[in-house]
Design a protein around this ligand. Structure first.
Ligand code: UDP
Length: 329
């Protein structure tokens, strides 16, 4: 398949590009490089630096590259910033995606794979999360993703678009050969911050809340390897043949891991002590979020290869230790 990977120079997109190549597909990357890195994409992969608002240019790319499927990873994803600057999030995550979808439908490209998030569930009443549970996001970031999920349902019905929306839990880890990995600026995610504290790039890491109703008092999250996420995106291709198909899948390992367990895993993998301080809860953090991914397993045959935190952290460490400055712009 010829696959346009929008946001293919970003963290999850760039891993997906490599998995696509490994599976025998032809990825084409579109990324405006606001958050992505050219160096994260193999120089042999066709690359376009275009904004999604430029529909005529995006249309030309769809036709020129004879695109069969579009995968869309490009989004702003800082929850806190989405609260203070929601306009930015609605424009980038909703408006830009609508431009892309309008352009696709106009060009007759009607298969779409969308990066959604467990943040669309808000603060769930029950764990683990299944796809049919109510979605009630508690921040604009989650709302923008849910808005697109809803638009996709209508577009499937009205225009015969076929799509899969994957609700990710905590994407983590890096390519097994250590060539690409997580590189955000600013970095807010737990694993890279803990690794930075282990190597002395930060004085310490702050644990946000130690009084949660969890075994060690810190938040539980479901860390899922970025290559496992990518493999699910490819496994769904066969399901998108029928026009109007609408699919939603949670992607997580189902293993809840606490903040302190992440810190201990980093210490074990790196052999270095992590200095941490305990602090107050971060606003909007549910105590526990972990997935029931039975649907992806039964329907797509998806089986995560990384099921525990240590090998995930080990892959992240391979990237961070070999690229202490990340990607250079
Ligand atoms: N966290 C933390 N200190 C940090 C960053 C994150 O204690 O400096 C906690 C956060 O409260 C959450 C977990 O680590 O429980 C994962 O947070 P992250 O921001 O990586 O992902 P999120 O779950 O918000 O998508």
């Amino acid at each position: 398949m010829n696959v346009l990977v929008v946001g293919g120079a970003g963290y999850i997109g760039s891993h997906c590009v490599r998995q696509l190549i490994a599976a025998g597909h032809n990825p084409v990357v579109l990324d405006n490089l606001v958050f992505g890195y050219r160096a994260a994409v193999d120089p042999d992969v066709p690359f376009y630096s275009v904004n999604l608002g430029n529909e005529s240019e995006v249309g030309k790319i769809l036709r020129k590259e004879k695109i069969d499927i579009v995968m869309h990873f490009a989004a702003f994803a800082y929850v806190g910033e989405s609260v203070t600057d929601p306009m930015k999030y609605y424009f980038n995550n909703v408006a830009s995606t609508l431009h892309l979808l309008r352009c696709m439908i106009g060009s007759g490209v009607k298969k779409f794979v969308f990066s959604s998030t467990c943040a669309t569930y808000g603060i769930p009443e029950k764990m683990p999360l299944v796809e049919t549970m109510p979605q009630a996001p508690i921040n604009p970031y989650g709302q923008t993703k849910l808005d697109i999920e809803n638009a996709l349902k209508s577009f499937a019905h009205a225009y015969g678009l076929s799509f899969a929306a994957f609700r990710y839990f905590n994407a983590a880890g890096a390519a097994e050969d250590g060539r690409i990995g997580e590189c955000h600026n600013p970095e807010t995610h737990l694993i890279p911050l803990v690794i930075d504290a282990a190597v002395g790039k930060r004085e310490n890491v702050q644990v946000f809340g130690t009084d949660y109703p969890t075994p060690d008092g810190t938040c539980l999250r479901d860390y899922v390897h970025v290559d496992d996420l990518s493999r699910a995106h490819i496994a769904v291709f066969d399901k998108l043949e029928k026009p109007g198909t609408a699919l939603f899948y949670n992607l997580g390992t189902g293993t809840p891991t606490s903040v302190l367990e992440v810190i201990h895993a980093v210490e074990k993998v790196t052999g270095k002590k992590v200095s941490y301080v305990t602090g107050p809860r971060r606003a909007g953090d549910p105590p526990a979020l972990y997935a029931d991914s039975t649907k992806a397993k039964t329907e797509l045959g998806w089986e995560p290869q990384f099921t525990t935190i240590e090998p995930i952290v080990a892959s992240a460490w391979k990237w961070h230790s070999s690229h202490p400055d990340g990607f250079k712009k």
